[in-house]
Design a protein around this ligand. Structure first.
Ligand SMILES: Cc1cc2nc3c(=O)[nH]c(=O)nc-3n(C[C@H](O)[C@H](O)[C@H](O)COP(=O)(O)OP(=O)(O)OC[C@H]3O[C@@H](n4cnc5c(N)ncnc54)[C@H](O)[C@@H]3O)c2cc1C
Length: 339
């Protein structure tokens, strides 16, 4: 079998490695836009407090995967899926424009979600979703230290899991952080009210300035600063980051005419509306409109799919029990949400 995987996050890499251990004969090709290697996205949240992050965040180099007889094309972007000819169109590989598959595995993950009111201000804020984003933000932080001889003043918009983790890490690294949240308590989707209060106390103990129920009206440039306009006035920062959740990367599937809703629609066998195309990880939407954007269930999906496609599993994928843990420095929920 000729299997093409798009994406080198935990979904794509775990699937490729597991399939290789189960089947020596299949041709396994992994296509990815990345060039750093396979890295831990959860560790991005420690990217400012740990100086050695660029080295420690890489779990495996692409050469490590090649040594396992997985063909990897890095800095390669899949631009189109042609279901009729069972080929993918790729940019970034010398002398190759299309590749054929028997099975296609879409593991393209998710991008940061930008709420519609912020889209017209896109040039004025940053996102925090990839190693590329982290490196860019660390360079900005370093340039402020070098040129202005002071710490960076950050605004984080969004008090969900990623916004809270990021704010906490920046504060622990010694910077000044303000967090604006549209709701009336932190991480309201993952925490009970009592734990949100506990989290707020921890954030405030790190001198993070938390503001609730703030409708942001504009994010504008003001000289070297960025200005956030709210109903209560305007506030200026060196850097503004929008951390308002995630958006599954469904564009390729939409273009190919696969069924999509918030994610790529799959059945309990992770199969899309095309029997030769599977999707897993952040990009997959399971029955009941369920998205499982956490590493534990994603790795579980990847291992299951490799067993299924190699004929060693016939039961459908079952969601494992897992907890959503917020990596905020000094915080542990008393009642963590169990999925
Ligand atoms: C800051 C942060 C902290 C997190 N912390 C936690 C945590 O503590 N615990 C937890 O369980 N989860 C956490 N998560 C969520 C978790 O990291 C994700 O659910 C998981 O990494 C998703 O894996 P994935 O393989 O589905 O997608 P991704 O990791 O997004 O990988 C997708 C891959 O597809 C590639 N790609 C996309 N489109 C194309 C294309 N057209 N052509 C070629 N390649 C393409 C991308 O370059 C990337 O390599 C965190 C996420 C973030 C951002």
């Amino acid at each position: 079998m000729n299997i093409i995987i798009i994406g080198s996050g935990i979904a794509g890499v775990s699937f490729a490695e597991k399939l290789r251990t189960l089947s020596a004969d299949d041709d396994i090709t992994l296509l990815t836009k990345e060039h750093y290697g396979y890295y831990s996205r959860p560790m991005l949240s420690r990217g400012f407090s740990r100086g050695d992050i660029e080295q420690t965040i890489i779990i495996e180099s692409f050469d490590d995967l090649r040594k396992q007889n997985i063909r990897v094309f890095e800095s390669a972007t899949v631009t189109e899926v042609d279901r009729l000819t069972q080929t993918v169109h790729v940019q970034g590989i010398k002398d190759i424009a299309t590749l054929a598959y028997d099975y296609l595995i879409i593991a393209t993950g998710s991008a940061a979600f930008i709420p519609p009111p912020f889209r017209s201000y896109r040039d004025n804020f940053y996102l925090f979703n990839s190693l590329h984003d982290l490196i860019e933000l660390r360079q900005l932080q370093q340039s402020i230290v070098n040129e202005k001889k002071r710490v960076t003043e950050w605004a984080i918009i969004g008090g969900g899991l990623i916004g809270c983790e990021l704010a906490s890490d920046l504060a622990v690294a010694g910077d000044r952080v303000s967090l604006f949240h549209a709701e009336d308590r932190l991480m309201e989707r993952q925490l009970v009210a009592e734990d949100s209060l506990k989290l707020l106390a921890v954030m405030q103990s790190h001198s993070i300035d938390v503001t609730f129920k703030q409708a942001i009206q504009a994010i504008e440039k003001a000289g070297e600063k960025t200005r956030i306009m709210t109903e209560d006035g305007h506030f200026e920062f060196d850097v503004v980051i929008v951390a308002c959740g995630f958006k599954p990367r469904t564009e390729l599937a939409e273009q190919a005419g696969l069924e999509t809703r918030r994610g790529i629609v799959v059945n309990q066998f992770l199969q899309t509306s095309d029997k030769n195309i599977f999707a897993l990880g952040d990009v997959a939407e399971l029955p009941g409109n369920k998205l499982y954007a956490y590493v534990l269930p994603i790795r579980n999906q990847a291992l299951w799919l490799a067993s299924y496609l190699s004929g060693q599993q016939s039961e459908c994928w079952q969601v494992p029990n897992f907890k959503a843990v917020a990596k905020v420095h000094g915080f542990a929920a008393d009642h963590p949400y169990v999925f």
